[in-house]
Design a binder for this molecule. Structure first.
Ligand SMILES: [Zn+2]
Length: 182
């Protein structure tokens, strides 16, 4: 298992940014992830407004896995995560469960990026909150503690039937799982 991303290939394209119409850069990365599987990450990137579109191609499929890591402090938020389109994300300490495809089609992100997206999802869910006023108060409290990062330590768990997701850190524990238990 390698920790290194191959040097990305980058080239200027004739494709225009949907936001600001500057020309997009095309970046291609081939990398190995859990259990020696290869994925191809292709990104269109605008250097002007930072618009970004990722496409991830699975070269091979892996075995279903559960990966988990204890996030102890702010430094750990920088741990790089590849989240495949089939990954289910769980953070038991804040009651977060994100099903495959709810956040995006596969992406390379960080623990901070994942928690931030979970927070944004909770925030937009507040606009049509359907629980009791008490539940609304406790949901808002939870969001406030996430926003202030008063949630350490917490466990990031990724369950992935495709086996392609990867938490890139030596403290990550990886176990194979039965498809039936996911
Ligand atoms: Zn742009």
């Amino acid at each position: 298992m390698t920790e290194d991303f191959e040097a990305p290939k980058e080239e200027l394209t004739e494709v225009h940014c949907p936001n600001c119409s500057h020309k997009l850069y095309f970046i291609e990365i081939m990398t190995s992830i859990a259990f020696e599987k290869q994925i191809l990450i292709q990104t269109y990137f605008c250097k002007n407004c930072l618009f970004k579109k990722n496409e991830v191609t699975q070269i091979e499929r892996g075995e279903p896995v559960r990966e988990s890591i204890l996030i102890r402090n702010r430094d750990d938020l920088r741990v790089v995560v590849y989240r495949s389109p089939e990954a289910r994300i769980l953070i038991p300490e804040i009651g977060a469960e994100v099903d495959p495809g709810e956040i995006s089609d596969g992406e390379v992100t960080t623990v901070e990026g994942i928690v931030t997206r979970i927070w944004e999802r909770m925030y937009s869910a507040m606009f049509d909150f359907e629980g009791t006023p008490e539940q609304e108060v406790s949901a808002k409290k939870k969001m406030e503690s996430i926003r202030k990062w008063e949630i350490f330590p917490f466990t990031l768990i990724i369950e992935d039937v495709s086996g392609l997701s990867r938490i890139q850190n030596s403290r990550t524990s990886i176990e194979k799982i039965d498809v039936g238990s996911v």
